[in-house]
Design a protein. Sequence first.
Length: 73
Amino acid sequence: MKAGGSLSIWFFVGLSLGVPGVLILATGLYELAYPPEVRVTLFHVHANIWWGALLAVFGAFYCYHFRPGKNVS
């Protein structure tokens, strides 16, 4: 990156989506391996796994396409 260059806000949006997405996905996988004693009504849907994976994918997409070292013409 050149001196005095700027970072795209979308890179930080990617980080803001990706980090919680990975944490939510990890929590969902943990609950899949060790189910809680008291389950919510739609536990069988595993929404935290789907939602965490979706957030992680979108975060990775934004971080990749708006990364700081990418040459922008």
